[in-house]
Design a protein around this ligand. Structure first.
Ligand SMILES: *Cc1c(COP(=O)(O)O)cnc(C)c1O
Length: 427
């Protein structure tokens, strides 16, 4: 049986960095990535057959726990009938109708194969529909790896951004305005200066890619009112929050309706899927109806759609989100209580089945506050928990995820493990 270290060494010869997505490589916490052999419910087992309680859940999709029997059965049954056709199916209508029925702002939806594709197309759609070029994004929000979205703030207020990736020409991000999350004044200034050129704002309505950061009162409301006042479109990137924080995403929780919504992660139940949706009027700009081009060989893949439909059906069970929220709250409260007992500066916050843990006395509301938390202490905590068989995200800049299979005993075991790790941190 090869060890994790042996697999990592072998992987590093054939795959850059040994991984197929960078955060998996443990670069920001150090150490050896765990190679997953199998998973079930709240657990996965690594190559050395060590069991972990998993708080990543594939970065969100595993909201029903790993390998949910009904989802697995749906995948098996779909696979028997063929893996992909490149022609429409009835199941695609069914999942479209489910998404439309549940997401307040969506009248029509198109399926793609990833969150990146969904956000990339949402931006193109907003530009095509408005005939404008500039977009606003917020530093620390992640919207996948499309060129114009791989950008951080330039120095000084309201400069256009700088690419955060090699291989992205500055010209490609020249139309991207980067602002601070929760900076209401910054949004107003940007619209005052560039209002007639701004096609859209794209935002994670609860941020989950700079640890978890909630919008402050008035932030999303301001985005909505500024977009409406200036004829720009508001894009809620609910790739992470959709069906994760509640049955209708953040738009259901807040009552604020975006013009365009992007989805992925949970709606595929672990299979590769993404979607973008809007009013029928906005969606009429998409090919073959309109001039905004978008396509995909595997879009609406029948096996992924089967997993998605079954997942969405199971999420509609009465009380699902109340129960999930309660479990997540119990976890956060328990961690905070144990940290306090050991005098560790620590806070936690959650919404639905998503949470953040921070080595700081108070819950951050900005990226700068996340960066100012005790990241060194997080690293020690992360490895301590890993030793205890609990797998948190391998970065202080990521959120965590609870599934419906994280029952009372799993959460209690997590808090007991954290108690030991906090005690060591204190010593
Ligand atoms: C994960 C994520 C994406 C990218 O989705 P992929 O499926 O990884 O391409 C985009 N936006 C948000 C908010 C995400 O969390």
């Amino acid at each position: 049986m090869p060890t994790n270290a042996e697999l990592f060494a072998r992987a590093s010869r054939s795959i850059p960095g040994g991984v197929n997505s960078p955060v998996r490589a443990f670069r920001s916490v150090g150490g050896t990535p765990r190679f997953v052999a199998r998973a079930q419910g709240p657990y996965f087992w690594d190559a050395e057959d060590k069991r972990y309680i998993d708080y990543i859940g594939s970065w969100g999709p595993a909201i029903l726990g790993h390998a949910h029997p009904e989802v697995v059965r749906a995948v098996q049954e779909a696979a028997v009938h063929g893996l992909s056709y490149g022609a429409p199916t009835e199941a695609e209508i069914e999942i479209a109708e489910m998404l439309i029925a549940r997401m307040p702002s969506i009248e029509q939806v198109r399926l793609v194969s990833s969150g990146t594709e969904a956000t990339m197309t949402a931006i193109r759609l907003a530009r095509g529909a408005t005939g404008r070029n500039k977009i606003i994004k917020f530093e620390g929000c992640y919207h996948g790896h499309a060129d114009s979205l791989l950008v951080k703030a330039g120095s000084g207020l309201l400069t256009f951004g700088n690419p955060t990736s090699a291989g992205v020409p500055p010209e490609f991000v020249a139309h991207t305005i980067v602002l601070d999350y929760n900076d209401i004044a910054g949004v107003k200034t940007a619209f005052a200066q560039h209002g007639k050129d701004i096609a859209c704002i794209i935002v994670e309505p609860i941020a989950g890619n700079m640890n978890m950061i909630k919008p402050i009162a008035g932030f999303l409301e301001t985005l909505r009112s500024e977009c409406t006042a200036h004829g720009a479109l508001l894009i809620f990137d609910e790739v992470m929050t959709g069906f994760r924080v509640g049955p209708q995403g953040v738009q259901g929780l807040t009552g604020i309706k975006p013009d365009i919504t992007t989805l992925a992660k949970v709606i595929g139940g672990g299979m590769p899927i993404g979607a973008f949706g809007a009013s029928a009027k906005i969606m009429s700009n998409i090919a073959p109806l309109g001039g905004v081009y978008q396509a995909g060989t595997l879009s609406g893949n029948p096996v992924a759609v089967a997993a998605g439909i079954t997942t969405l059906k199971l999420l509609a069970k009465p009380g699902f989100y109340e129960d999930l929220s309660k479990r997540t709250r119990t976890l956060c409260d328990g961690l905070v209580e144990r940290a306090r007992a050991h005098k560790i500066p620590f806070s936690a916050d959650c919404v639905g089945g998503m949470f953040g843990v921070y080595f700081s006395d108070k819950v951050p509301t900005t990226l700068a506050e996340v960066s100012a938390s005790n990241i060194e202490m997080f690293k020690v905590f992360f490895h301590g928990m890993l030793d205890e068989g609990v797998y948190f995200a391998p970065s202080a800049y990521e959120a965590g995820f609870v599934s419906s299979t994280h029952d009372d005993s799993v959460i209690a075991a997590t808090i007991t493990a954290a108690d030991k790790v906090f005690a060591k941190l204190n010593a």
